[in-house]
Design a protein around this ligand. Structure first.
Ligand code: FE2
Length: 210
């Protein structure tokens, strides 16, 4: 273990491990996340449950705190959690599968570096599913440093059904992921900033956007 430079730049962690969500009602949250991420519960009790969907022992934990208040969007803190898919096709397949369960996005936007679909969970936590639009991290960083991205870091909205039709008709993913340049966009009007907290439903599945 290299301990020669203990006053230098701090050693960064190897990866982001997990997110723990506090909720007044864990059952609908668990049902939602199992469907949303194709996840499974690996451990837990009445107070906390641990879910995974990949090679990590847990990626999400749901902690029930019955007395905690509902989410308030007008506080500082986490805005959303983002999950990456390998291909546009995978992103859209997962979209269609969620839709079959009544879970639909609240906002679909091509940011430029990513094609992104936003959802909210039963408590109103915002989740992004995305695919990288460019082939390498270097290309993405170059794009993010461009005047075009500085002018409009939000992107342009898209219709996922239209994207599916175009993909099925044989248009290459690379073309479908290209962001048209629309000039500046008003940050204050993006849907994430004006989103109501969802009403709870008995099924535990929130009909986002319904
Ligand atoms: Fe994001």
């Amino acid at each position: 273990m290299a301990r020669t430079n203990l006053s230098g730049k701090v050693l960064p962690p190897s990866r982001l491990a997990h997110v723990v969500l506090r909720t007044p009602e864990s059952k609908p949250m668990l049902e939602f996340y199992k469907i949303f991420l194709g996840a499974r519960v690996v451990a837990g009790n009445d107070s906390i449950s641990f879910l995974t969907y990949d090679d990590e022992h847990h990626r999400i934990a749901i902690m029930e705190v019955p007395d905690c208040g509902d989410k308030n969007r007008m506080t500082a803190g986490l805005d959303h959690i983002s999950f990456t898919f390998e291909t546009l096709d995978d992103l859209l397949v997962a979209y269609q599968q969620r839709k079959a369960h009544g879970i639909v996005p609240i906002w679909c936007v091509n940011h430029g570096p990513t094609t992104s679909m936003y959802y909210q969970d039963p408590d109103g936590n915002v989740l992004e599913t995305q695919v990288d639009n460019l082939s390498t991290v270097e290309e993405s960083m170059e794009y993010m440093a461009s005047p075009e991205f500085a002018e409009n870091p939000i992107g342009i909205d898209f219709d996922p059904e239209d994207l599916i039709k175009r993909l099925e008709s044989g248009e290459p993913e690379k073309e479908l992921k290209k962001r048209p340049n629309i000039g500046p966009r008003d940050f204050g009007k993006i849907p994430l900033l004006n989103l109501p907290i969802p009403a709870r439903e008995k099924s535990g599945i929130v009909k986002n956007g319904a």
